[in-house]
Design a protein around this ligand. Structure first.
Ligand SMILES: *[C@@H]1O[C@H](CO)[C@@H](O)[C@H](O)[C@H]1NC(C)=O
Ligand SMILES: *[C@@H]1O[C@H](CO)[C@@H](O)[C@H](O)[C@H]1NC(C)=O
Length: 349
């Protein structure tokens, strides 16, 4: 168990920890993936990288050595092609669509989602080209009837993407250089390792399965399965008695919780789409990427068990940035120029 885990939340009871370790060892045997956990990274030592070495705020540390490994990053206008797997209500889709479209919206009130993306734009490729400023919602595909069942494995996720890009009617476009494929599963779908400290992950598809190498991410709606794990702080784990969840900004705990995870995965896909570009740590099996380094940090002073300073709406909702017509809570990302986590709601900007 790492320091950061203890400080960010009370320690998980032993069975959860054992499950986590079991999941970690299984992952080692399976295909490498970059996984997102709601608590500081236990598998790849991100926590040690930051908190073990330095106890400054906001993850700031001269010991974090985020490196560029010469692979491509997404420098062309980014389209996020979305697969809605299972049962999604219109208002839920609307929240997520508006978040994605907020990334390059220039007219949102500050602090804004587009201000958050500015940190991602600081990353460049070998030629010095920055990550694209433009991110827009691409094509969408509904998989309403659970084409691959209600329990997906890491491999069957690739089959879901294959079905979407090879569908006979309105297939998703094949767009390996500037397309991201975002698989969103409804709250009645289980995905391998979901809830065992994994709330989403990103990787790329294998040509042998899908026919192409496409960067993709999966994020699940945890509302029924484990909101205390994956929709924190809008829900809290059962084993923390007396801790009150915060009010979510768009009235949907599962979806509001997904937003930060979608932000996490899109930021990492842009900077490390083929898992050979921007990451820290010596182990490419568990790369520590720009959002991993800032897990759980949403504002100034964040780190350890403290989320940092967030904003409170008149309605009692907690958020940290504005988008198109809406407010969102999104974790910060690592700024490699100044060597700490940054976000648009930082108090010293
Ligand atoms: C994580 O860090 C600890 C000490 O900081 C070290 O002993 C351990 O080997 C590291 N684990 C991995 C997987 O790098
Ligand atoms: C591009 O990246 C460089 C290096 O991080 C940075 O100095 C510059 O401000 C970035 N440009 C934009 C438009 O973000």
């Amino acid at each position: 168990m790492s320091h950061g885990c203890v400080r960010r939340h009370p320690a998980p009871p032993l069975p959860l920890l054992l499950l986590t370790l079991a999941a970690a060892s299984l992952l080692l045997l399976a295909a490498p993936v970059a996984a997102w956990r709601p608590w500081p990274n236990q598998k790849s030592n991100a926590t040690e990288l930051i908190f073990g070495a330095s106890k400054k705020y906001e993850g700031s540390s001269e010991f974090v050595k985020l490196k560029y490994h010469m692979g491509p990053v997404l420098t062309a206008d980014i389209s996020v092609h979305t697969i809605w797997y299972g049962t999604w209500r219109k208002p839920q889709k609307k929240i997520i669509r508006e978040f994605i479209n907020s990334i390059s919206a220039t007219d949102s009130k500050r602090p804004s989602v587009s201000g958050w993306w500015k940190t991602v734009q600081l990353y460049t490729d070998q030629t010095g080209s920055n990550i694209s400023r433009t991110v827009r919602l691409g094509e969408e595909k509904n998989d309403r009837f659970y084409s691959h069942g209600k329990s997906l494995t890491r491999l069957s996720i690739q089959s879901v993407i294959k079905s979407a890009v090879t569908a006979s009617t309105r297939p998703l476009p094949i767009n390996p250089k500037s397309g991201l494929y975002l698989l969103l599963t409804s709250d009645d779908v289980y995905v391998q390792d979901f809830c065992q400290n994994v709330c989403g992950f990103h990787y790329f598809t294998f040509p042998s399965i899908v026919g192409y190498t496409l960067p993709y991410a999966w994020v699940g709606n945890s509302a029924k399965l484990c909101p205390g794990t994956c929709a924190y702080p809008f829900a809290v784990p059962d084993y923390i008695p007396g801790m009150k969840p915060l009010r979510s900004p768009n009235g949907d705990v599962g979806v509001d919780g997904m937003i930060s995870i979608i932000g996490h995965e899109v930021a990492e896909l842009a900077t490390n789409p083929l898992v050979n570009a921007w990451y820290a740590g010596g182990d490419p099996i568990f790369p520590v990427e720009i959002a991993d380094l800032c897990e759980g940090i949403y504002g100034t002073g964040g780190g350890g068990s403290y989320t940092g300073q967030m904003l409170n709406g008149a309605d009692g909702a907690t958020y940290n940035m504005n988008g198109i017509r809406r407010r969102f809570l999104v974790q910060w990302v690592w700024n490699h120029v100044v060597n700490y986590c940054s976000g648009p709601n930082a108090l010293d900007q």
